[in-house]
Design a protein around this ligand. Structure first.
Ligand SMILES: Nc1ncnc2c1ncn2[C@@H]1O[C@H](COP(=O)(O)OP(=O)(O)OP(=O)(O)O)[C@@H](O)[C@H]1O
Ligand SMILES: [Mg+2]
Length: 355
């Protein structure tokens, strides 16, 4: 019996004849492209302008042409100094603030789409709580907004309280007006997760928390990450961001300064820093990234084998002063990028010859 090879018609791009076989066997010229899931967040040239002042004659531009992509399943940290525009960007992605220019999609749908709301969780920077409610009642209220049945609420609320480490007794008895800052932050985080969202936006989730609270937030985020959820959060606690994020972006005065994975931005964990003097610029440039010169020394981050580099330096008549494992901390990297962004262009231009 002849070999029959059948596949759905749409798979085949061409059906050429294969000589020497008793029937025509179409073959696949190129494998079908798997359809990629839509990005969790995609922004195109997003900008926001506010008119302020008594006569509305002062213009504030918290965001200036931001292009950003966050893929589903990523844990993404948005960093930036106070007033950089982080909360403004988050509010736009949630449809709370309208862009003055550009557009954005969330989970492949235009921002503000009603169907999106069921798939999104949000912890605002300064959440407003109905403070006469107890924590439990507040969670019941937010669950009700999502139409979560009472039976599911009875299971879900205690689970969430456990996750955010808020005692059930406090949640049941105490009104929110009697909660401490850290307790409010915990109840805010619980409400952000009440609908079991696919994408969670957290604006300063570590804010106001003690070290145990910060650890709890990290655990909650890592747990969500393990479930394949997408997390998009702002934080000033850079050590936590470094520990949990896949990718980060730095926003400064409404503009993206850089975006990338931690490895792209900070270097591989086993990267070396080299410092020395003498030698030839064109050779050093091949071996070192971020090459700079200062007081007779060159320095940069080594790309390649350290032993080979050592012999190269000797071979070109130079000397190696320092060779050490180096990875910038996210904090150092952040401060350097912000200083660069603030310094006039002339001052940051690297010196290109060995003094
Ligand atoms: N409704 C508004 N009207 C006028 N200006 C605004 C408004 N909202 C925000 N801004 C301004 O936009 C800029 C960015 O504010 P935003 O809250 O987005 O900063 P941020 O990066 O979240 O800062 P932080 O780290 O302090 O939370 C600030 O200068 C702020 O004063
Ligand atoms: Mg903010």
């Amino acid at each position: 019996m002849g070999f029959r090879h059948r596949a759905p018609f749409s798979l085949w791009t061409k059906a050429p004849t294969v000589v020497g076989m008793d029937e025509t066997i179409p073959f696949l010229e190129s494998p079908p492209e798997p359809t990629a899931p839509p990005a969790a967040v995609q922004t195109y040239n997003l900008a926001k302008t506010y008119r302020t002042g008594f006569w509305l004659n002062q213009i504030v531009t918290p965001l200036q042409g931001v292009d950003l992509t966050v893929q589903q399943g990523e844990t993404f940290g948005l960093l930036g100094p106070n007033g950089a525009g982080k909360t403004t960007l988050l509010k736009m992605l949630l449809g709370i603030t309208r862009p003055s220019q550009g557009r954005a999609t969330v989970l492949g749908r235009p921002v503000g789409d009603r169907a999106l709301k069921h798939r999104i969780g949000y912890l605002p920077e300064n959440p407003y709580f109905y403070d006469s409610l107890t924590g439990w009642e507040f969670l019941q209220y937010t669950a009700g907004l999502f139409g979560i049945p009472a039976a599911v609420q009875r299971r879900r609320i205690p689970e969430l309280l456990d996750q955010v480490q808020l005692p059930q007794s406090a949640a049941r008895k105490k009104q929110l007006r009697k909660y401490s800052k850290g307790m409010l932050q915990r109840i805010g985080l619980a409400q952000a997760l009440i609908n079991d969202p696919d994408l969670v936006f957290l604006d300063e989730p570590m804010s106001g928390l003690d070290p145990m609270g910060r650890h709890m937030v990290r655990e909650v985020i890592l747990n969500l990450k393990a479930q394949g959820k997408t997390l998009f959060f702002n934080s000033h606690v850079l050590s936590d961001v470094e520990a949990i994020c896949d990718r980060v972006a730095i926003l400064h005065q409404g503009k993206m300064v850089c975006t990338g994975s931690l490895e792209d931005l900070l270097g591989r964990p086993n990267q070396y820093f080299a410092r020395g003097r003498g030698g030839r610029l064109e050779i050093l440039e091949k071996w070192l990234v971020d090459l700079t010169f200062e007081r007779g020394f060159w320095q940069g981050y080594l790309q390649g084998d350290p032993y080979d580099f050592l012999s190269t330096v000797r071979g070109m008549g130079g000397s190696l002063d320092t060779l050490q494992l180096a990875r910038h901390s996210l904090e150092d990297f952040f401060l350097a990028r912000i200083r660069e962004a603030e310094a006039p262009a002339e001052a940051t231009r690297p010196q290109r010859q060995i003094p």
